[in-house]
Design a protein around this ligand. Structure first.
Ligand code: GAR
Length: 200
């Protein structure tokens, strides 16, 4: 089986990226990580990727001075040059333009630390605690126009405990993210291969 060529976009720590890279070491994994891109030049994840033999490039958004589309064209050039088939956003903290989203529609997934459709956007855990929720979780979804609105592929749940802080919850959720993302990406790859990745 030819593996899909995977590009991973990060902005920081890169622990979900590492989980994907490690899962892809399995002989039957359907995707092969070929490129990690970060909009933050000092993202820890860049070196974590390089240490695992993956090409990792920073494309700082700042020199593009507010021209979001130009920054994304630069990202896209790298992705095209490496023949990337599928993108996983893994803690990529910039909202993508409709141009980029449409270009990769049906071939781009994201992990978000909430039980979507609840709590899209930022500060998910603080908002869940504030609202008195008794469970939190994470979602892997297709990326579509709109922030964290695409079709959900898979979710994992954990309880919110009395006295939980946002930081404690984020920390406790992370292992669940690392288990969920590789499995959800596997499902996404199957959909892409079958020609029915999300299209709207
Ligand atoms: C993860 O918790 C991920 O779910 C979240 O950022 C963290 C990145 O950690 N993503 C978002 O909030 C996207 N809106 P990592 O860099 O260690 O993977």
């Amino acid at each position: 089986m030819t593996r899909l060529r995977l590009g991973i976009l990060i902005s920081g720590r890169g622990s979900n990226m590492v989980a994907l890279v490690e899962a892809a070491q399995a002989a039957d994994y359907p995707a092969e990580p070929v490129l990690v891109l970060s909009n933050q030049p000092h993202a820890d994840g860049l070196n974590l990727a390089r240490a695992r033999g993956i090409e990792a490039i920073a494309v700082d958004h700042r020199p593009f001075s507010g021209d979001r589309a130009a920054h994304e064209r630069a990202l896209d050039d790298h992705l095209q040059a490496r023949g990337v088939d599928v993108i996983a956003l893994a803690g990529y903290m910039r909202v993508l333009t409709p141009w980029f989203v449409r270009r990769w529609q049906g071939r781009m997934v994201n992990i978000h630390p909430s039980l979507l459709p609840k709590y899209p956007g930022l500060n998910t855990h603080a908002r869940a605690i504030e609202a008195g929720e008794t469970e939190a979780g994470c979602s892997v979804h297709w990326v579509s126009d709109g922030v964290d609105t695409g079709e959900v592929i898979a979710q994992a749940r954990i309880p919110i405990r009395p006295g939980d802080t946002a930081a404690a919850l984020a920390q406790r959720l992370l292992p669940a993210e690392h288990r969920l993302y590789p499995e959800a990406l596997r499902r996404a790859c199957a959909r892409i291969r079958a020609g029915n990745g999300q299209t709207d």
